[in-house]
Design a protein around this ligand. Structure first.
Ligand code: NDP
Length: 332
């Protein structure tokens, strides 16, 4: 079976590609340039991997050539989407590429991918959760929940912009399959912050946005440094990759899989670092060890019991995901 993976050079996507190759699938990845495609192909070292260059998913017809070239594609995994908080023009840099990328993928499938049986959209917990409700302990988010953010609210800053981009991109897919006759099954993956090691070690000082959350602690130089402010739900990238396979292998239809293994804040990360990497003690603030337990009770509940049942495997916990991320960075 041949699987197409858009944005194949991404943090999550490379893990997906690796798992697919391990399970004997043939994989065609979309990458922004031949250089990036060649580098990835070299790392993967598999004759079952090839790439198509799609420089910008937001451009009308972006995926048309790739699908016309490969009538053998049976599964389309759409992971490509801008994920950063650096946008100065939120609409152009986040909202339009996220939404345009998704609709261009679905339009190309309708036109040139009539044989495609399964589509999986990498959405986000950001499409599920309304930020003003995150700190409401009486609120519960589950697979039915939607971020209530409006397009205008998303324009306020790049954080709102990213959250909006994921909500409106996922919504565009739901609308597309409602309004068009499609031959494929479609499902959605909605991870919270994705941690864990890179599929191949990278030498960049700055990692992808979610990995940089952990890396930012490793950039501290003194126990007196200010503690980086962070909080959210988390899930390990290796589980996110496996979930993408579940989403098309298990005959699901119109399901959203909320991938979340628990909540964390800065203290959670500090505590894991001190417990497992004593060599970092001289560089890291201590904070108030264990204080995250009470603090995290102030947040909304994430009820993803339906997802966990569908997945059928346990999710990696905070200690393993942080320790494995950090070991890789320190060994680099
Ligand atoms: P990365 O930034 O590592 O990967 C994003 C990928 O999308 C890259 O391959 C990037 O290519 C590509 N891309 C972005 N914009 C465009 C564009 N306009 N045209 C073509 N390609 C583009 O991020 P992740 O792996 O973390 O994210 C992958 C997906 O998972 C995204 O949809 C993201 O929203 C979602 N997600 C991630 C979470 C996380 O915590 N990591 C949590 C929830 C959802 P290039 O690098 O060449 O620019």
């Amino acid at each position: 079976t041949t699987v197409f993976v858009s944005g194949a050079t991404g943090f999550i996507a490379i893990h997906i590609v690796k798992v697919l190759l391990d399970k004997n699938y043939t994989v065609i990845g979309s990458v922004r340039s031949a250089e990036k495609g060649d580098a990835l192909a070299k790392q993967l070292g598999s004759s079952r991997f090839s790439y198509e260059v799609v420089p910008d998913i937001a451009k009308e017809g972006a995926f048309d050539d790739a699908l016309q070239n490969h009538p053998e594609i049976k599964v389309f995994l759409h992971t490509a989407s801008p994920f950063h908080f650096k946008a100065t023009d939120v609409e152009e840099e986040l909202l339009k590429p996220a939404v345009g990328g998704t609709t261009n993928a679905l339009k190309a499938i309708t036109k040139y991918g009539g044989q495609i049986e399964n589509v999986v959209i990498t959405s986000s917990y950001a499409a599920v959760s309304t930020s003003t409700k995150e700190k409401n302990p009486a609120h519960t988010n589950n697979e039915e929940s939607w971020n209530e953010i409006t397009w205008d609210e998303a324009l306020v800053d790049s954080f709102a912009g990213y959250r909006g981009s994921k909500k409106f991109a996922e919504k565009a897919a739901w609308d597309y399959v409602k309004e068009n006759k499609v031959n494929f099954k479609i499902n959605y993956i909605n991870p919270s912050f994705v941690f864990g090691p890179q599929a191949f070690p990278v030498s960049n000082n700055e990692l992808n946005t979610s990995s940089e959350v952990i890396n930012s602690f490793l950039k501290l130089s003194s126990p007196n440094d200010p503690i980086p402010s962070t909080a959210g739900g988390f899930v390990d990238v290796r589980d996110v990759a496996k979930a993408h396979l579940v989403a098309f292998e298990h005959n699901l239809q119109n399901q959203r899989l909320i991938l979340n293994a628990g909540r964390f804040n800065s203290q959670t990360i500090l505590d894991v670092l001190h417990e497992n990497f004593p060599e970092l003690d001289s560089k890291l603030p201590v904070g108030t060890p264990g204080s995250d337990k009470e603090e995290l009770k102030q947040y909304a509940t994430i009820d993803n019991s339906k997802t966990k049942q569908i997945l059928g495997f346990p999710l990696i916990g905070i200690k393993e995901t942080v320790v494995d991320s950090v070991k890789q960075i320190l060994n680099n």
